[in-house]
Design a protein around this ligand. Structure first.
Ligand SMILES: Cc1cc2nc3c(=O)[nH]c(=O)nc-3n(C[C@H](O)[C@H](O)[C@H](O)COP(=O)(O)OP(=O)(O)OC[C@H]3O[C@@H](n4cnc5c(N)ncnc54)[C@H](O)[C@@H]3O)c2cc1C
Length: 332
């Protein structure tokens, strides 16, 4: 339960931070509390749109001093809407989006308000990438803290395996950098422990070579919904026998342009266009006959899916929500 902080205390907080403090009576409050999942309707006590780590430290110390609950908003993409919370002080990191790529040592340092689209864009210019998610609008912060799996994970591991360091504001308002050789316990906990161990303000990742053009080839394959169990069993057997450059994922659902079915966007890396026929031939006669192989830049792959399908304001029914409420909202 959050103790309400006095209005005067929030005024002091507003004066102490570089970013904006937005309260329920302020214009822009509804816009600021909105997250990716339009089903989420939380009313925080205040939102601070932090400009830098100093703002984050100030917010954490304020929350401690006044007994206010904190919610941390990284990319705001969590389907359960955990980046905002009723009566909480939201530490909104969405303005903290600077990125530094170090091509020499193949690393990228990204502020915790970045989306994966931001990071892929920055690293692709150097022919590099770190394993991220399937779509570009997901936040770097909690995807990483939760593990992180995407197109490159089969070859280069989970996002969290590629995390080299994290700058963290701890619950007592102190700051530290966690790495394997420094605050090792914290570093271990952050890699999968979610937002429970402090507010991460930036992440440093190892990058991998995705080739000069960063080309991905692949595409969706559709199957009849009725055959789902058989296709999934076949897929589970098949994938381990294929090279790690190739990855896939499985979706069940209705698609607007065709019958209900299961789809596999399939990807591999930096294959010259001249080799596409060879790859097509590999799948000829298999249960991937209609694979629409096309080349696309890795940096565009996740962006295309974000733009086409998973736009902000998409409504995701979360397990604790009643379906009837979801339907009512959807009909509006
Ligand atoms: C359409 C869709 C596609 C997805 N695709 C993938 C995918 O391909 N691969 C995958 O692995 N996951 C995927 N996810 C899951 C995604 O990783 C999680 O939803 C994750 O929570 C999003 O991170 P975020 O920073 O945007 O979260 P937010 O909504 O900002 O925050 C969620 C939680 O994380 C904590 N948090 C956020 N930032 C910080 C921080 N800087 N420090 C400490 N705690 C913090 C908060 O406390 C909050 O509780 C997908 C989700 C959706 C909705």
């Amino acid at each position: 339960m959050t103790a309400p902080a006095a209005a005067a205390a929030y005024q002091e907080l507003a004066a102490a931070v570089r970013g904006d403090l937005i309260m329920p009576a302020d214009p822009g409050y509804d816009q600021t509390r909105a997250v990716y999942n339009a089903m989420i309707d939380k009313h925080p006590a205040a939102v601070v749109r932090c400009r830098d780590t100093a703002d984050v430290i100030t917010c954490v110390r304020f929350a401690r001093a006044h007994g206010v609950q904190i919610a941390v908003r990284g990319g705001g993409h969590n389907a359960a809407g955990l980046g905002v919370w009723d009566d909480a002080l939201v530490i909104d990191l969405s303005l903290m989006r600077s990125i530094t790529v170090s091509p020499g040592d193949r690393t990228v340092r990204a502020d915790a308000g970045c989306t994966w689209g931001d990071v892929d864009h920055a690293t692709a210019a150097f022919g590099l990438a770190t394993p991220s998610g399937l779509i570009a609008s997901t936040g770097v912060a909690d995807l990483t803290l939760g593990g992180g799996i995407g197109y490159l994970s089969r070859r280069f591991g989970l996002t969290v395996y590629n995390l080299l360091a994290a700058d963290v504001v701890l619950a007592d308002g102190t700051f530290g950098t966690a790495r394997a050789d420094c605050h090792g316990d914290l570093f271990w906990a952050l890699r999968g422990g979610g937002g429970n161990f402090g507010v991460v303000t930036s992440f440093t990742f190892a990058c991998h070579d995705i080739g000069e053009h960063g080309t991905i080839i692949g595409g969706p394959v559709f199957y009849d919904f009725a055959g789902t169990a058989g296709v999934m069993a076949w897929y589970r057997e098949l994938l381990p026998s294929l090279p790690e450059e190739l990855s896939g994922w499985f979706g069940l659902g209705a698609i607007s342009s065709g019958p209900p079915g299961c789809a596999y966007p399939l990807s591999t890396q930096d294959v010259p266009a001249a080799d596409y026929p060879k790859i097509r031939a590999q799948f000829a006669g298999s249960r991937w006959p209609d694979l629409r192989i096309a080349g696309t830049a890795y940096v565009d792959l996740a962006m295309q899916l974000s733009t086409a399908r998973y736009t902000d304001g998409y409504q995701t029914v979360w397990f604790y929500q009643r379906l009837s409420a979801a339907c009512a909202k959807h009909r509006r």
